[in-house]
Design a protein around this ligand. Structure first.
Ligand code: GLU
Length: 451
């Protein structure tokens, strides 16, 4: 059986790390099985859905490395939902209800006061044709509920194992509003059936929806997909993530300079049996992701872990992965590649390279100098051209001339040449700094009063 999954965001905001978890778990699941990934925009809520959010979500996914095989918009499939609704009305599985929200709230309150679950009492099922005429004459319009079966909904969850939910504890879900617009729980089933979705992988906040939706697949005569409900990502404080507040949004993380592979690793491996670790790309992540190895507890995001994983990824990034950023920042020039290879091990984020480029090619701030050593080193500077062996040869002769060794030799030279206490290997930096700049910096240090 060929696998087809879908990621179904409502375009009411940009994606956050928790949405990325759902998208990536679907992506990795499909990739591992040579399957398809459908991006479905659940945009039937006209008031809250916005085209620019849909574009932003597609861009967020692209940044992560997710390339959907198909994009579907629910707003363009309204005729499909209407047709399916007619079929269910004809078979008696959708029934009209006329209660107002205030009336429903009152019954829920009464039920709770009587220690009964606040489940819809199906009063509308008893309405006669005459009752309906009277209600509609009062100006009431029906909303429609899906009649759940009695008994239990059961499925073997890809994450949680065997599940059973007693349908008596659920209200018949409203699937069509008074204004005739269909609701997500229903449109999702129509789409999953018609688009041939084989596996629905989503957050565990949808477990009860699944119980009701399994009945809708059966009522529509469609085979139900397999379901997997993953644990949700929560902030370190335990608070849930929200698309609207922009907390830990992918856009923000990207702006802060985190690499997509780091964000993807954090989003998927947090709260699983695999430690969060650096990955080179989503294929490598795919090999690590296994729905059956997700924890059942909420997955706490550790932002320090993101910084650590990001740094490890950055330390290994090839120049090709950063060259366009370098071009935009005017960093590296024609020495971009050797420069990047020299400094990447000292960068927690790629943008840290900008400060190192200043060290190599800009002006450095004067720092406390060891003027005697700088003067000796200046006179011993080798002739150009310089290469990776120059540093060793030069410091060898400076050491021999001054009797300095180890830190007493290297540290003052590093300070004089870079203005920094620590940093990338000087063997790699020195040829990038070049004879002219090195000479200038050493003479400044040689002339400075010894501190
Ligand atoms: N639009 C729904 C949501 O974002 C989709 C849930 C689902 O995957 O079925 O929660």
């Amino acid at each position: 059986m060929s696998v087809t999954v879908r990621f179904a965001p409502s375009p009411t905001g940009r994606l956050h790390l928790g949405n990325a978890r759902t998208a990536l778990l679907n992506w990795c699941f499909a990739r591992k099985r040579g399957g398809r990934f459908v991006l479905r925009f659940d945009d039937t809520d006209r008031a809250r859905s916005r085209a620019e959010y849909a574009e932003g979500i597609a861009a967020d996914l692209d940044w992560l490395g997710i390339r959907p095989d198909a994009v579907v918009r629910q707003s363009q499939r309204l005729d499909r939902y209407a047709e399916a609704a007619e079929r269910l009305k004809a078979s008696g599985r959708l029934y009209p209800c006329y209660e107002t929200e205030a009336e429903l709230e009152r019954s829920r309150r009464l039920a709770r006061a009587a220690h009964r679950p606040p489940v819809y009492d199906r009063a509308a099922l008893k309405l006669t044709a005459a009752d309906r005429v009277r209600l509609e004459a009062e100006g009431r319009l029906p909303h429609w509920r899906f009649l759940l079966e009695s008994g239990r909904a059961a499925w073997d969850d890809l994450v949680r194992g065997p599940q059973e939910i007693d349908l008596a504890n659920l209200s018949d879900p409203v699937v069509i509003r008074e204004d005739g617009t269909p609701l997500y729980s229903f449109t999702s089933v129509v789409d999953d059936a018609e688009l041939g979705i084989t596996h629905v992988i989503r957050g565990e906040d949808h477990v009860t929806n699944t119980a009701a939706q399994l009945g809708m697949f059966a009522a529509l005569g469609a085979p139900a997909p397999a379901f997997g409900h993953h644990n949700l990502l929560v902030a370190a404080s335990g608070a849930g993530l929200s698309k609207r507040e922009g907390s830990l949004s992918l856009g923000m993380l990207r702006e802060e300079g985190f690499e997509p592979q780091a964000v993807a690793a954090l989003a998927t491996l947090t709260g699983s049996a695999e430690a969060v670790r650096p990955v080179a790309d989503l294929d490598e992540l795919t090999a690590l992701v296994d729905l059956a190895r997700l924890s059942r507890a909420p997955a706490h995001i550790d932002e320090a872990e993101l910084a650590g994983v990001n740094a490890k990824i950055v330390h290994e990034l090839p120049f090709a992965a950063v060259s366009s950023r370098f071009a935009a920042w005017q960093v590296g020039g024609d020495r971009g590649e050797p420069f990047w290879l020299a400094v990447r091990g000292n960068c927690g984020r790629v943008a840290d390279a900008r400060a190192w480029w200043e060290v190599v090619a800009g002006e450095i701030a004067p720092s406390p100098a060891d003027s005697a050593l700088a003067a000796a080193a200046l006179t011993l500077l080798p002739a150009a051209p310089w290469d990776a062996a120059t540093w060793r040869a030069w410091t060898g002769s400076v050491g021999a001339a001054t009797g300095r060794r180890g830190r007493d030799l290297y540290h003052p030279l590093r300070l004089a040449l870079t203005g920094r206490d620590s940093g990338p290997e000087l063997a790699a930096l020195l040829p990038l700094i070049g004879p002219e700049r090195a000479r200038r910096r050493l003479s400044a240090a040689a002339q400075a009063a010894r501190s």
